[in-house]
Design a protein around this ligand. Structure first.
Ligand code: MG
Length: 220
């Protein structure tokens, strides 16, 4: 492949099992473990309301460059006055459920790819990035990324071209030598094209505008 830098999506590209916000999730389990005192029904309602607030806005073009922070979403969806500690526990609980895991073969693949390409990540997450940074550090992959963009840092979400452009500018590598790799036609391919970048789709999605398709990052 005639490319120098890879701009990697994270969720469902090399992290999996993320966004555990389904109807059967009991958010009180993690919340209790970190010392939360609200009743089970209460904390579950809060997390679901906050999730719903963000989920509604995520695809909305109106919020593409001003996506609410998790703290904003909590403020907007919770009636009661929360102490700072309580708000932090809600954020921790939310981020625990938003965070997935990186299977060993994908860690190996990232190391392998880093020998051939400059790696970077363009990540959409709703929670503050600390939990993900911790994971990258624990797995020893943090130093593999020459540039990172987390949407919760700046409020710009895919398919906005801006997070991709930010990373390309930071890398200081010509766009033609960069390629976006992700699983989402709308967010990754859409954002890449809007930024004037090629895109490789992984994970089964197919679109003729993509430069190539692979079942997963492991086959790249
Ligand atoms: Mg993804």
């Amino acid at each position: 492949m005639n490319k120098k830098a890879l701009l990697l999506d994270m969720n469902s590209t090399f992290m999996f099992g993320e966004d555990r916000f389904g109807d059967h999730e009991d958010f009180s389990i993690y919340y209790r473990n970190i010392g939360g005192q609200l009743e089970r029904g209460q904390i579950n309602t809060i997390i679901r309301d906050v999730y719903h607030y963000l989920d509604q806005r995520y695809p909305d073009e109106l919020y593409r460059h001003s996506f609410p922070t998790l703290a904003d979403a909590i403020d907007a969806s919770v009636d009661q006055n929360l102490s700072d500690d309580e708000q932090q526990r809600i954020i921790d609980t939310f981020s625990f459920h938003e965070h997935g895991h990186i299977p060993k073969p994908y860690i190996d693949a990232l190391f392998k790819l880093s020998k051939q390409y400059v790696l970077s990540v363009v990540i959409d997450i709703w929670s503050p990035k600390q939990r993900w940074l911790n994971t990258f550090e624990e797995l020893g992959i943090n130093h593999l990324f020459s540039a990172t963009s987390f949407s919760s840092d700046h409020g710009m979400v895919k398919p906005s071209p801006k997070p991709f452009e930010l990373v390309v500018e930071y890398l200081d590598i010509p766009k033609a030598s960069c390629v976006v790799i992700g699983d989402s036609i709308r967010r990754d391919l859409g954002g890449a094209l809007a930024a004037g970048l090629d895109c490789i789709l992984v994970g089964g999605a197919h679109d003729e505008r993509a430069m190539a398709h692979y079942p997963s990052l492991l086959e790249l």
